[in-house]
Design a protein around this ligand. Structure first.
Ligand code: KIV
Length: 279
């Protein structure tokens, strides 16, 4: 098994201009396979609110739920760095509460946390969290937890000024101590410009080809989540069809008596069988 990925590995990737991969996972067995596949960072994204729990937005998930899923993913992961998304309202009230909640994810097995936004308040939180030794991944561009304020799933950084604004936010995040920054839904030329002006790596979530890394939601990649498909997501599998056909086949087999078969049942020994008199 390859060595554990750490913040040092991630920075080396940037310095050596080597691309790395980030993928979400929410449960033990998926994390195990993703880890075995060699993914560098496994993210327990708050996207799990939508793709695994069926909420309409990511803002509905809380700290306790994120903690449970973090435990499951951490137990399945040996090689990848495990990062947990800090959910909406888990770092917004006081610094002390932010530190406490980030600490809960580390205790649950995460190697770091992701925090959305770069407002002065959030930068201050990030400084506190990194100062106590918790690696923080930043997230700018489109930030889903700000959906109500942004007013829709809108592409960010579409002009020269808007690109400079995101770069400014990213630089502040860098100064606050983040080890990497997700750029979400940004035109790829803007993302390239931002990436070239940062020391820490950028992770593209719909921000094109020139970031240092790519991230996808695993349910999109596996073809499991079908409520909608973001333009930037690539479907590598068709789990929806697999689940549908397997469940249909099972339903038919149960109803026609084909399941279970002789090989799938436990049998009594002769003596007990005679006593029970079943054939
Ligand atoms: O919640 C999530 O899964 C994310 C990534 C897609 C960046 O934030």
């Amino acid at each position: 098994m390859a060595k554990k990925i750490t913040v040092n590995t991630i920075q080396k990737y940037k310095n050596n201009k080597e691309k790395f991969s980030v993928l979400t996972a929410y449960d033990y067995s998926t994390a195990k396979y993703i880890d075995e596949a060699g993914i560098d960072i496994i993210l327990i994204g708050d996207s799990l609110a939508m793709v695994a729990l069926g909420y309409e937005t990511t803002n509905s998930i809380g700290v306790c739920e994120m903690e449970i899923f973090t435990r499951a993913v951490a137990r399945g992961t040996q090689h990848a760095m495990v990062i947990t998304d800090m959910p909406f309202m888990s770092y917004h009230k006081t610094d002390a509460e932010a530190v406490e909640n980030c600490g809960r994810m580390i205790r649950a097995g995460a190697n770091g946390v992701k925090i959305e936004g770069a407002t002065p308040y959030i930068l201050n939180v990030i400084k506190h969290v990194t100062e106590i030794g918790i690696p923080v991944m930043g997230h700018v561009g489109f930030t889903p937890q700000f959906l109500n304020a942004i007013g829709g799933y809108n592409i960010q950084g579409k002009s020269y000024e808007a690109t400079l604004d995101i770069l400014e936010q990213a630089k502040r995040l860098e100064q606050a101590g983040v080890f990497a920054i997700v750029l979400e839904m940004v035109p790829e030329e803007s993302a390239q410009y931002i990436t070239e002006h940062l020391k820490v790596p950028t992770i593209s979530c719909g921000a094109g080809r020139y970031c240092d890394a790519q991230v996808l939601v695993s349910d999109d990649l596996f073809g499991k989540f079908s409520d909608f498909k973001p333009k930037f997501a690539r479907k590598y599998g068709d789990m929806k069809s697999l689940i549908l056909s397997s469940a249909k086949q099972y339903n038919d087999d149960v109803k026609s008596g084909k399941f279970p078969s002789d090989a799938e049942v436990f049998k009594l020994d002769e003596e007990a069988l005679k006593q029970l008199k079943v054939h």
